[in-house]
Write a protein that binds this ligand. Structure first.
Ligand SMILES: [Cu+2]
Length: 178
């Protein structure tokens, strides 16, 4: 019986690895483990880009993603995207994004994301974009976003180029339509 079980355990491990969207670079900071940090190539002239990652809190206390910095953008914000009355909206999380102890929070297209504002240049597929994220407890964390193809992993138009999207409370976004 045991070899049989081991065989399946092995298969599921391999499958989990194969289905991971990005080759896992793991960044540890205190109790936090950050994986699958990625972004998307930007079409010409785009001034904003999304950043996505998975954050696991292995500690016993909540932490909070406050924001970040990077040479590629003049500002990195934490945003939330939601559909309200059929309209896609997004807003900066002024108080940051809480990562509860024992929980994993995924920043992904259509939900929470990092917003790279006022890009200094286009993001190209295959690039690694260095960023420093700032957490309330874990402090500053260096990582890089793996830039995927334009439109990668954005089923259902969860990106920022969508049609009837409304920007709230973020004057910086105006004029930066892709
Ligand atoms: Cu945003």
């Amino acid at each position: 019986m045991m070899p049989f079980l081991n065989f399946f355990a092995c298969i599921s491990l391999v499958l989990a690895w194969l289905t991971a969207p990005v080759a896992a670079e793991e960044v540890k900071a205190g109790d936090l483990v950050i994986t699958q940090a990625w972004s998307r190539a930007t079409p010409g002239g785009a001034k904003i880009a999304g950043g996505y990652l998975t954050i696991e809190n292995k500690g016993g206390a909540p932490d909070r993603l406050i924001g970040g910095t990077g040479d590629v953008a003049s500002k990195v914000e934490v945003h939330e995207m939601a559909t309200k009355d059929g309209v896609m909206t997004m807003r900066p999380l002024d108080k940051g994004l809480v990562i509860e102890p024992g929980k994993t929070v995924k920043l992904a297209p259509g939900g929470y994301h990092l917003m790279l504002m006022d890009l200094k240049g286009p993001l190209k597929q295959g690039d690694k974009v260095p960023l420093t994220l700032e957490f309330e407890k874990a402090g500053k964390v260096n990582l890089s976003l793996d830039v995927q193809a334009v439109g990668a992993q954005a089923p259902g138009g969860g990106d920022h180029s969508g049609g009837n999207m409304e920007m709230k409370k973020t004057p910086d976004h105006s004029g930066s339509k892709m």
